[in-house]
Write a protein that binds this ligand. Structure first.
Ligand code: PAF
Length: 280
């Protein structure tokens, strides 16, 4: 696996593949790779001749008081894992490679960026959309792979690509879970042993809510309130639990068929998010 740190080196490597007629798939990450990321890399490899992975802890998507400084950076382990998955190239730029000190342009996907996680993390999705569009311009892949655990992020990126005519196919990959159901996340490492025992209840609340919706005996408001109550009793500090339309994440109406349940809650200092999507 080639490891490059600058935009120039990255472009040189991709140009050589392109002139040989090869296709390129891309997996953007912030590192601290777990089985969920490695699944994205496997899918990328299947989908194209070359798989590029980026590791960049993007400062613009962290708010004041969030964990940018302490976000786990596990460079050597990540490189070993990517070599094991036969990724072709790892792009590991520094902040100054990505952001000019006097940068004046940002990308914002209106509306959806302000809801759910966007309401509690103002500016987060503008940071994500900006860095992902920059990485797309740098790598110029044919396709890019994102975990569906971050369903709102996935929807923001799909909307951005559609609205800006960015010629990259966006592919969502199912959430990889621990045997107890907890969605894999780089932030799970922050959980204490006690919190690890409680954390799977987030996914349990989503599964229970889905089953109640499929039974059809409760309104969506009732389903949301009961799930929030269940999580609070289990020890979570809840942020939101929402029954949404799968296509655009607006509030679901009774006639909607494709639904996604989005949930976010804190356990101690750790913010967990998860979701489940299904058709009625
Ligand atoms: O999901 C992530 O790890 C990040 O939000 C992403 C897409 C790599 C952008 O920094």
């Amino acid at each position: 696996m080639q490891i490059v740190n600058t935009v120039c080196e990255l472009r040189r490597a991709v140009k050589i593949w392109r002139s040989a007629g090869e296709s390129v798939a891309f997996v953007p990450t912030m590192g601290n790779l777990h089985a969920g990321h490695l699944q994205l890399v496997r899918m990328a490899r299947k989908n194209a001749d070359r798989a590029v992975v980026s590791i960049f802890v993007n400062p613009t998507q962290f708010g004041a008081g969030e964990d940018f400084e302490t976000y786990p950076r596990t460079e050597r382990e990540d490189q070993e894992k990517l070599t094991g998955e036969c990724a072709d190239l790892l792009f590991q730029p520094s902040v100054t490679d990505i952001y000019a000190p006097d940068a004046k342009t940002t990308v914002t996907v209106a509306g959806i960026s302000d809801w759910y996680c966007g309401a509690s993390r103002p500016g987060h999705f503008a940071g994500v959309a900006t860095v992902v569009s920059k990485l797309f311009n740098i790598v110029q892949p044919d396709s890019a792979f994102f975990g569906l655990k971050d369903f709102q992020q996935f929807t923001v990126i799909k909307t951005m690509v559609r609205d800006l005519n960015i010629p990259v196919e966006i592919i969502g990959v199912d959430t990889v879970r621990e045997p107890d159901g907890l969605a894999m996340s780089s932030r799970n490492g922050y959980l204490t042993d006690d919190e690890k025992r409680v954390a799977p209840k987030l996914y349990q609340s989503l599964c229970a809510a889905r089953d109640v919706i499929l039974d059809g005996n409760q309104t969506y408001e009732e389903v949301e309130q009961r799930a929030l109550q269940f999580l609070q009793q289990a020890g979570f500090e809840t942020d939101y639990f929402s029954v949404c339309r799968g296509s655009d994440l607006t509030k679901a109406a009774a006639e909607d068929v494709d639904l996604v349940l989005l949930a976010a809650a804190k356990l101690g200092k750790t913010r967990l998010i998860d979701n489940i999507y299904f058709s009625r």
